[in-house]
Design a protein around this ligand. Sequence first.
Ligand code: 0X9
Ligand code: ZN
Ligand code: ZN
Length: 305
Amino acid sequence: THSYTKYNSFDKVQSWIHSMASSNADLISKQTIGNSYEGRPMTLLKLGKKSSSVKPAIFMDCGIHAREWISPAFCQWFVKEALSTYGSDSQMTSLLNEMDVYVLPVLNVDGYDYTHKSNRMWRKTRSRKSGTSCIGADPNRNFDAGWCTVGASNNPCSDTYCGSRAESEIEAKNVADFIRRNKSVIKAYITVHSYSQLLLFPYAYTFELAATHSELMKVAEGASAALRSLYGTRYTSGPAAATIYPAAGGSDDWAYDLGVKYSYTFELRDTGRYGFLLPESQIKPTCEETMLAVKYIAAYVQKNL
Ligand code: 0X9
Ligand code: ZN
Ligand code: ZN
C-alpha cells in the first residue's frame, strides 16, 4: 500500500496517480505523455483550479535518475500538500487559482522499476542498443543542450552515456515534446534530483553565465533561505557548471534555452552520509523543507508573470 513516508514502487506510484486523479476532479487531472522504452506509461499530473482561460504553468519532474528515490517521493509529497492545503494555505490557493502545476512523479519509469527489482544503484534508462551489451543512457545527458560536448560519455557502458543522439531516449523525448508543445504557457521548469543539497540553475554545458544569471541567483538564494528556515538544512546555490560540475545534455539547460526563464535543478538531501540510500525516516523532513523552496520559486514566478 502507498505511503508518503515510504519509497513506493513504480506500480504503487502508478495506482496512487490514478486514485489521486479520480478523487480530486476539480483540482487535478492526469494525462499520459507517452510510454517508456519498456512500455510503461509516463503519467503527468496537472494541478490547478479548472479555468475557462489558458493559465500559465510550472512544470516539475522527479525521478530522471532511477536511484534517487527521494526525488519521486518529493513529487508525491508536493501533490498531496497542494491538494490538502488548497483552500487553507493562501499561497497555495492563489497559486493553483492563477497557475497550473504539471507534476511528472517519475520520469525514468523503467529505471525506477529496475532499482526496486534488480539493482538499487541503477541510474540510466533501460534502452537496448545494437553492438553492445550495455544498457541505457543517462536521461540528463540526453537533452539537446550542448549535447555530449562535456561531462558526458560516448561509451554506452558509462553511467553518463549521452545516448546515440539528442533525445534518443524516448523518456527524454516525451518530456521535451510536451514542453515544446506547451512552451507558451510554461514559465518555470523544476527538476528534482539527489543528493548534495544544491539548488542549481543554467548553465551546466558552459561556464558562461546565463543572460538572467543575477535574477536566477537571487531567486535561488531566497528559496534556499526558505528551505533552511525549517530545520537548518544548508543548500548551496549557483550555476551548475561551477557549483557541481560541467555537464551537457541536461533538461535544465535545454528548458532554459527553449525560453523557460526560470529553470532549476534541486539536489536534495543529504551531503553523502547516506547519499542515494537516504533513510525513509528523512522523507518527511526533506519533503517539508523542500516544499518551502519550491513554493518560494512558485510565488516569485507568479508575481513576475
Ligand atoms: O549530473 C547530473 O545530472 C545531476 N547530478 S546527479 O548527481 N543527480 O546526477 C546534476 C544536474 C545539473 N544540471 C546539469 N548537469 N545540466
Ligand atoms: Zn540525478
Ligand atoms: Zn506538510
